[in-house]
Ligand binder design. Structure first.
Ligand code: SGN
Ligand code: CA
Length: 556
């Protein structure tokens, strides 16, 4: 009753400002009705969580169309909210998925890298949805090492999965081999479940998870035949020499010219490499190359029919390359590799965009769109030639940030843009709150529901990041750090002890480490203190860093 009296007083005060009188009276009427009468039970929203693998925000036209158009993914932002500062806590596949499912940082859920097993005693948000009476289903790439808990139905790719003729681990039929293009197969499975298996009277939580555009980037015919002809603008930092940064950037093995496979990634057959005298790209840390084998396990899987269509388009490209290669400068080779990379990368995304369109259409045509939250994101960002790189892992922007678009009719204002520092860590609590399910108190994220409703006040001002997988493929050193709107403070450790500070406002390309610049002494001091506080808040520590190093070495 006291609440009602207070509300009345506030409304009357407002009303005294004359013209607002009528409005205020209405507000009072509505609020009193809400407080005194139990509101008609609202239908719980459905959730469609769409995630692709390694999809850089740079390749979504809702963010920027300098590379390609993604009209269907963009629909989510047009009818909902585009997050321009969404980021991950640990930029790599399986750990990102573990963070999303558990709502806990990697050092707490234990899945610190792709190799560590996922501890299945962790509580994941789908389990809570299932317990609360939601129907749950997952289709596509999980890449976890184990089957997901809390799902009525799942069909997941084995490990990394393949672009063509994939193998799926299924809940009901064991392992199955399917012929066709994986992105389309995952879409078909999703649509089939929505149409044939879903019960109409219960809400659902559906995870639709693409393998594309993960390496080695194989588009379907309908897209490779167009994308192979395209030319893409080169990023400003394609020829970066890493001069302003420490050893981590200099020693990473992610360079398009020196670390990308010719046979697997650029689609130049092994015989042609031999003919031209191109050596195989060494494996990480000088391990044996997997360059030619990568072609075998990707293009090598195509059926004769698929291969004929492939060759009809890729052979002319290979012929042209054979003619040009002997006279190409190193710079020209880099530019060629960048174009080749973007043609296949963007072509793979075009198929994801088609699938997203089909799912959005299905929801609309079946009257499900009004009460369904649709989320599009990636497991992390990706380098599209920025700093001369491909792959991810770093706290630097292109891999640290991730796309996030959310459509929630009647809650999210169409065409809204949110600049808050949200993380994949927040998804679990967001979905749970949206569904009216209580989140476990030890989850470490923050619900994004207020942000989706347009209320940003009091949201976090800094995020914590920690990457572990080293030494490993791409050789990105272990590091943790804090990122605020203005700065990024990073500690690279294990075989080095290096600190980096970036001024995010003045140096958006992150080319200059200003950690030792006296002009930043106060900032460094303040951020160190904030980082220490964050490590305490999220229960991370030097002791845990050492624990995971020891475990990592034992796993070798
Ligand atoms: C493979 C890829 C790497 C990639 C990791 C992790 N090499 O090892 O380029 O970084 O997966 O990717 S490949 O030649 O085998 O494709 S992740 O998305 O699963 O984390
Ligand atoms: Ca990934």
């Amino acid at each position: 009753m006291r609440t009602i009296t207070n509300l009345l007083l506030i409304a009357l005060l407002l009303a005294s400002c004359n013209t607002k009188l009528k409005e205020a009276a209405e507000t009072v009427k509505e609020t009193v009705a809400e407080v005194t009468q139990p509101t008609k039970e609202k239908k719980r929203p459905n959730i469609v969580f769409i995630m692709s693998d390694d999809h850089a925000y740079q390749a979504i036209s809702a963010y920027s169309n300098h590379l390609m158009e993604t009209p269907n993914i963009d629909r989510i932002a047009k009818e909902g909210m585009l997050f321009t500062n969404a980021c991950v806590t640990n930029s790599i596949c399986a750990p990102s998925r573990a963070v999303i499912l558990t709502g806990k940082h990697s050092h707490i859920n234990g899945k610190i890298d792709n190799r560590f097993p996922f501890d299945t005693t962790n509580i994941t948000f789908p389990q809570l949805f299932q317990e609360a009476g939601y129907q749950t289903a997952m289709f596509g790439k999980l890449h976890f090492g184990n089957s997901p808990k809390g799902f009525d139905e799942f069909k997941i790719l084995r490990g990394q999965g393949n672009y063509y003729n994939p193998e799926f681990i299924t809940k009901k039929e064991g392992t199955v081999n399917l012929e066709g293009y994986t992105t389309d197969i995952i879409t078909d499975m999703t649509l089939n479940w929505l149409d044939k298996e879903r019960k109409e009277d219960e809400p659902f939580m559906l995870m639709y998870l693409h393998k594309a555009p993960h390496r080695e980037w194989l588009p379907p015919e309908r897209h490779f035949k167009n994308y192979i002809k395209k030319t893409f603008p080169e990023p400003e930092t394609l020829f970066d020499d890493y001069a302003g940064r420490g050893s981590a950037a200099k020693e990473a093995e992610m360079n398009l010219l020196t670390h990308m496979n010719w046979a697997g990634d650029s689609k130049i057959p092994g015989e042609v490499m031999d003919e031209l005298g191109i050596p195989e790209t060494p494996g990480w840390g000088n391990r044996p190359p997997w360059d030619k084998r990568a072609r075998e396990w990707s293009v090598g899987r195509l059926t004769p029919e698929q291969k004929a269509k492939w060759d009809a388009v890729y052979e002319p490209m290979i012929e042209e390359f054979k003619q040009n290669y002997p006279n190409m400068t190193e710079k020209e080779k880099m530019s060629w590799r960048y174009q080749r990379y973007m043609q296949d990368y963007c072509g793979s995304i075009a198929a994801v965009d088609d699938g997203v369109g089909q799912v959005l259409d299905y929801l609309k045509e079946n009257g499900l769109d009004e009460n369904t939250i649709v989320v599009y994101t990636s497991d992390q960002g990706f380098y599209l030639g920025e700093h001369g790189w491909f792959d991810k892992r770093f706290i630097y922007d292109e891999s640290f940030k991730t796309p996030l678009l959310v459509r929630w009719p009647n809650v999210v204002k169409p065409k809204s843009v949110n600049t808050q520092m949200v993380q994949n860590l927040d998804f679990a609590q967001t979905f749970l709150e949206a569904a009216g399910i209580t989140a476990p108190s030890d989850m470490q994220g923050e619900s994004l529901v207020p942000l989706l409703k347009g209320q940003n006040e009091g949201f976090r001002e800094a995020v914590y990041y920690h990457y572990y997988e080293y030494p490993s493929v791409h050789m990105v050193k272990r590091h943790y750090g804090i990122v605020t709107e203005d700065y990024k403070l990073v500690h690279f450790y294990y075989d080095v002890d290096e600190w980096e500070l970036y001024d995010r406002k003045k140096d958006q390309l992150e080319l200059l480490n200003v950690y030792d610049d006296p002009a930043y002494a106060t900032v460094v001091k303040r951020l160190h203190a904030q980082l220490t506080e964050m490590r305490v808040k999220y229960k991370d520590s030097k002791r845990l860093d050492d624990f995971y190093i020891k475990k990592y070495e034992e796993l070798k």
